[in-house]
Design a protein around this ligand. Sequence first.
Ligand SMILES: Cc1cc2nc3c(=O)[nH]c(=O)nc-3n(C[C@H](O)[C@H](O)[C@H](O)COP(=O)(O)OP(=O)(O)OC[C@H]3O[C@@H](n4cnc5c(N)ncnc54)[C@H](O)[C@@H]3O)c2cc1C
Length: 344
Amino acid sequence: MEKILYLAHTDSNGQLPRIALEVLSAAQKLSKDLAGSTLMAGLIGGDVKSAADQIAGSGAVKIFGVSGADFNESRYATDAKAAEALAKAAGATIVIAPGTSRFARALPGLAFRLKGSIDTHVSGIAVNGAQLDIQRWYYRQRMVATLTRAARPWVLLVDSGAFPACAGAKGSANVEAVAVTLTDADKRTKVTGVQAPSADAQTIRPDAELLFVAGAGWTKKQSDGQIHGKDAEKIILDFLKTSKASLGSSKSLVDLGAEGEAVLSFISHLNQVGQTGATPRHPKGLATCCHGEEPHVVGWRFISERRAINTDANCGWAQGKADVLYVADAFAVMRKVNELLAKA
Ligand SMILES: Cc1cc2nc3c(=O)[nH]c(=O)nc-3n(C[C@H](O)[C@H](O)[C@H](O)COP(=O)(O)OP(=O)(O)OC[C@H]3O[C@@H](n4cnc5c(N)ncnc54)[C@H](O)[C@@H]3O)c2cc1C
């Protein structure tokens, strides 16, 4: 009989981040489908009480917690120790946890300490009789594999966007405190501050409804023989501000900056979508001034509804890669869209 431990850490507000609530619904599904299994929760953070209250109605039979100032920040040594203590307290055979950067660093160490196995970037789970199968993508999301393991404990780090966020009832939870003894060496790494762009400058928004992709065409000579970089910047920023879309980019646009050419100032390599970039998950996508070549479009694997604006009716998007292609000048279309959004 499997003992499932849902493991999560709090965010800077002491709450569970969205991805943790997504993984909670995966854990609930797993526990429902695996006959005779038990679901428990383990929380790590400065103070885990309000996170525990968030999941009070989750169906977890016990909520264990490791808390205290030393567990407030992300740090490999303390996180791995806390996770180990929680997994042992629960006697877990399966640990299912959100694939945050904090856990991506610490949980491979947990699997090692437990003499178990770990799989990262899990994007699907299915129970086949008494067997647990997981899914993950390989080769830049070109191939999906279904696999299982006999090894226990089995640690699963789940990607965001693969499960709906659990909207379970909140309540007042009972947290069973688990003690962890730390040495000075465990606390050697100190978080001295966080450097993050201001909310407006933050253009990558994983939770956005829409992915807006800007391609190199925005910086190319237009029909009047001129480049309109400043106009492009204003149009795109105005659109992002009102739509709250996430900003993606093609490789060509990102590379122009590296080559010292005029490029949109707010785009960096982090925005790049594609084979050598990111594979974001959003319900909708709109590509503008982007040709839609395969190495770029492979990054659209998890974009459900796809639209593109291109002056070229024979661009890649027209070759079955988009649901709708607007053969039009993206400057004109997006100006009009911004005008309509401003009135809305
Ligand atoms: C190994 C390898 C890995 C790669 N990895 C990636 C990757 O991860 N991501 C990625 O994006 N690319 C990747 N590429 C590059 C990819 O093949 C393309 O070169 C790149 O995506 C092209 O970018 P683009 O469409 O923005 O630019 P371009 O090909 O220059 O296209 C610009 C488009 O803008 C259109 N346009 C111009 N003006 C307007 C206007 N006013 N209105 C509407 N449309 C307009 C043009 O018609 C044109 O189609 C990779 C290539 C290789 C070889």
